[in-house]
Design a protein around this ligand. Sequence first.
Ligand code: HEM
Ligand code: HEM
Length: 221
Amino acid sequence: MNRVWDRFLRSYHWLQALLFVLLCVSGFAGDGQGLVHHAAGVAIAVLALWRVLWGFAGSDTARFSHFLPRVSTLRHYLRTGEYRGYGHNPLAAIMVLLMLALLVLQIGTGFFASELINMSTTVAFADRASDWHARLIGILLAATGAHVLAAITHELKGDRVIMAMLHGRQAKAPAGLCFQGVVRAFFLLAVSLVLVLLLVSALGQLDFQIWSRGTYGRAEA
Ligand code: HEM
Ligand code: HEM
């Protein structure tokens, strides 16, 4: 069996799953404004940004251009269940993009709902972000449930997708794929960390009065 997922993508996936559980537990326990939720929230934001960058500059199979399916390929897969390629199948690819988009929205609304980070918008705007954060989690949990169920079903059918996410190899993968190394992975991780920290500090300072249409500063009602 040849390699299909690089070790950075696999580490990203399982670390993200762990942080997701931690965020759900701390959030539903009513500690969304607490330090654990914030630390895990910033960490998952860095990971999500890294995954987006890896989708453009990472290993062959991690690139969006590799797995974004054509409509005809998706239709054929939905009709027949057949896919001769490697990496994400066409339906899994759509699900991956959907989950990434939902994660970004969940993270974004979290930043705006935070009393520790967001000092720039009105209380009303932060409350709205908090409402969306609480609503979105239902959709994200449903998508994650479907994702895990689909993964288990494929695993039991013999596609070994979960094992591939663990050891990185897949029967259908051809030899000679290009995998990026540790320098690029950590450089993109450093870029993601700096960008998220800049966003956090900007949210503490910027004046969003124009588009939040109200008085600004979280202390003002
Ligand atoms: C025990 C729980 C989980 C299992 C067994 C699992 C399994 C998998 C598998 C097998 C794949 C590869 C799919 C394929 O071959 O096409 C995958 C990809 C993915 N999973 Fe999970 N997953 C779990 C939890 C999660 C959670 C909690 C999240 C986030 C909320 C998540 C987000 C993703 C994403 C974004 C990908 C795409 C990977 C990439 O290309 O970057 N997974 N997962
Ligand atoms: C995938 C990432 C995240 C998940 C799964 C998540 C999950 C949750 C959940 C389940 C809640 C409780 C919602 C409810 O009361 O029904 C919550 C609340 C909260 N989260 Fe997150 N969260 C995430 C990211 C973030 C981030 C990045 C931040 C900010 C750094 C954040 C800040 C907050 C805050 C401030 C609350 C409390 C809102 C309030 O009570 O007004 N979250 N989160």
